[in-house]
Write a new protein. Structure first.
Length: 340
């Protein structure tokens, strides 16, 4: 299972509401916690986001829901990846940043710039690494719409590509696509993306070398395969635990590594994957038991356990007592000092 940052659904609740729908029901039915929407530091299952977007289009009878949502989003949903691109010297370098670091936003998406047969033209491919996405036209058009908005951020609000390519049949009149993208749409293509003028990619941006270098170094740290991997994995595990998908295979896929390679690199840092997961679970359990009144059944789910008995055994191993006893002892008022 792949994931995407919570910002992928930024403005989703307000748009659905404006269209007469019930965003809380649609999000819940899709398996998305409403509180996670719009948060960059939260990962959401990619399949759940696809379902939320497609179901909203159907529930509100809005054939251009994906493109409407894109109008309410922008480069800011990409977090540090967007900041790095904004500080790049040229459009081409900005797109290369997206290509190198898009996995920090979602490993399910990739961006590539490919030369065309005509040197004056290039193709910007928006690739979905999830097979399910090709059956989700609204989600594809959301990604294309956000990409168009980012390109116009770089190249000016009146800029348009030469053509837009979609892997699905048109879900709205052709004129709607012409008006939205400012170019001819080509449905039924193998890859989603835009044909653009190669000269546009060479355009200079308002570069900031210091900021650019700093943010790229940061991205190198959180996506690197060799440095700080354990901390990055802790962050992802923390978000995936409630989904029950914090497995070695899933986490390795987020870094595009073979599970054995991931284990070897963690070993180089002196840790194991199982140990990291256990540490994250212990930290989370300690926090929730000490600082909240979360029920034990809810806590069991938050830690990714199938049964509450597993939570009990883990707490005895971590704290020397069961979860209820640990909560009681942590909530006891401090004893008064003994006076002679």
């Amino acid at each position: 299972m792949s994931v995407v940052r919570g910002t992928a659904l930024s403005s989703y609740p307000s748009l659905v509401t404006d269209l007469g729908g019930d965003p809380l029901r649609l999000l819940t039915d899709a398996g998305v916690r409403p509180a996670d929407v719009g948060k960059y530091d939260v990962f959401i299952p990619f399949s759940a986001v696809l379902q939320a977007v497609e179901s909203a289009a159907s529930a509100t009878a809005t054939v251009d829901f994906g493109r409407r949502l894109a109008e309410r989003q922008g480069i800011e949903i990409l977090g540090p990846v967007g900041v790095a691109a904004r500080t790049a010297p040229t459009v081409a370098v900005a797109l290369a940043i997206f290509g190198n670091f898009m996995a920090a936003y979602s490993p399910a998406l990739a961006i590539r710039v490919m030369p065309g047969n005509d040197p004056s033209r290039s193709f910007i491919a928006i690739e979905f690494l999830s097979a399910q996405a090709v059956q989700c036209p609204q989600s594809v058009e959301l990604a294309l719409g956000v990409s168009l908005k980012v390109l116009r951020f770089f190249l000016g609000s009146d800029w348009s590509p030469l053509s837009v390519h979609l892997p699905h049949t048109l879900v709205a009149p052709r004129a709607d696509y012409l008006g939205y993208f400012g170019c001819r749409p080509y449905p039924g293509e193998r890859t989603a993306g835009f044909t653009v003028r190669s000269a546009d990619l060479a355009r200079q941006l308002h570069r900031d070398d210091v900021a650019h270098r700093a943010i790229v170094e940061y991205l190198d740290g959180i996506t690197a395969r060799d440095s700080g991997l354990a901390q990055s994995i802790r962050t992802i595990v923390r978000q995936l635990l409630p989904t029950g998908a914090a497995s070695l295979d899933v986490i390795a896929a987020q870094f595009r590594l073979h599970p054995k390679t991931l284990q070897r690199r963690l070993a180089d840092e002196g840790v194991t994957f199982a140990g990291l997961v256990d540490e994250v679970r212990r930290e989370s359990a300690e926090h929730y038991l000490r600082a909240t009144d979360m029920s034990l059944s809810h806590l069991t789910h938050e830690l990714g356990y199938a049964e509450q008995s597993v939570l009990t055994r883990s707490c005895r191993r971590w704290f020397g007592c069961g979860p209820s006893a640990y909560r009681r002892q942590e909530h006891l008022p401090p004893r008064s000092p003994v006076r002679a």
